[in-house]
Design a protein around this ligand. Structure first.
Ligand code: NAD
Length: 248
């Protein structure tokens, strides 16, 4: 018996990177998977095809996670298509880094909307579904930067720290209905997001990591699987760092 047989999962921002790895990992344990991303483009379609080829039901949806009504619409469609939602992974996220003295209002607003408001949007829309089912697992993608801060990322770290507060509050509010909320705080993970960083920064990150390597999307997906499954049935309101020991 696979860990997630019969479960329905929603993963936001899953056309590439960590979200894609999570979608594939959940499917490998038998979950049906709805993925969202900004557009239904070649990348999203390729993930949808890969999931379907694994023998699970899968569908990709175009949805802007930062938009409240767009989110309600896509969650309604997913429930219509899949019947229920057992696992929600709030993964969509962006960076718009810069020194605080030069950070624009747009840089601030965009990162807070995509990273933090999206978590409210999706959790708000999915919560009545899980409440009716009397169960569910919500996993929010924070960051070590939300735990410890980082220069030139005031907007990003505020959004990721906000996710931690949201997660702990949701855990206290919805635990009574068997709905668990946890956050993952990845460290330096090799994806297109971090590939955009200058080489010397990437190198200096690796030197700071006790395990002496960046993480892989699969490293994060494995912890997501744990939190999505009943293996973590008594884990609620927690933040798990997946950072090779960088953040202790
Ligand atoms: P990525 O940029 O490779 O992928 C992010 C995906 O989210 C993309 O497919 C993008 O199109 C999608 N997306 C962006 N805005 C969206 C929106 N408004 N609505 C829907 N989808 C949207 O990033 P990644 O490295 O895979 O990161 C995934 C998550 O993990 C993010 O929340 C990120 O902050 C977090 N994280 C990443 C790292 C890392 O080192 N890569 C570390 C800590 C946390």
């Amino acid at each position: 018996m696979k860990l997630l047989e019969g479960k329905i999962a929603v993963v936001t921002g899953a056309a590439r990177g960590i979200g894609k790895a999570i979608a594939l990992k959940l499917a490998s344990e038998g979950a049906s998977v709805a993925i969202t991303d900004l557009a239904y483009n070649d990348a999203a379609q390729a993930v949808e095809n890969e999931l379907t080829a694994m023998g699970v039901k899968a569908k990709a949806y175009a949805s802007n996670a930062a938009d409240y009504s767009d989110t309600q619409k896509v969650v309604d469609e997913i429930v219509k298509d899949f019947g229920r939602i057992d696992i929600l992974v709030n993964n969509a996220g962006i960076t718009k880094d810069g020194a605080l003295k030069r950070m624009t209002e747009d840089q601030w607003d965009a990162v807070i909307s995509v990273n933090l408001k999206s978590v409210f949007n999706f959790t708000r829309a999915v919560q009545p579904v899980m409440w009716k089912q009397a169960g569910g697992s919500i996993i929010n993608m924070s960051s070590v930067v939300g735990v410890s801060g980082n220069a030139n990322q005031c907007n990003y770290s505020a959004s990721k720290a906000g996710i931690i507060g949201f997660t702990k509050s949701a855990a206290k509010e919805m635990g009574v209905r068997g709905i668990r909320s946890n956050a993952i705080a990845p460290g330096f993970i090799e994806t297109e997001m971090t590939a955009a960083l200058p080489e010397e920064i990437r190198k200096s990150w690796n030197e700071k990591i006790p395990l002496r390597r960046g993480g892989t999307p699969e490293d994060v997906a494995n912890v997501t699987l744990f939190l999505a499954s009943d293996l973590s049935a008594y884990v609620n309101g927690q933040v798990i760092n997946v950072c090779g020991g960088m953040n202790t």
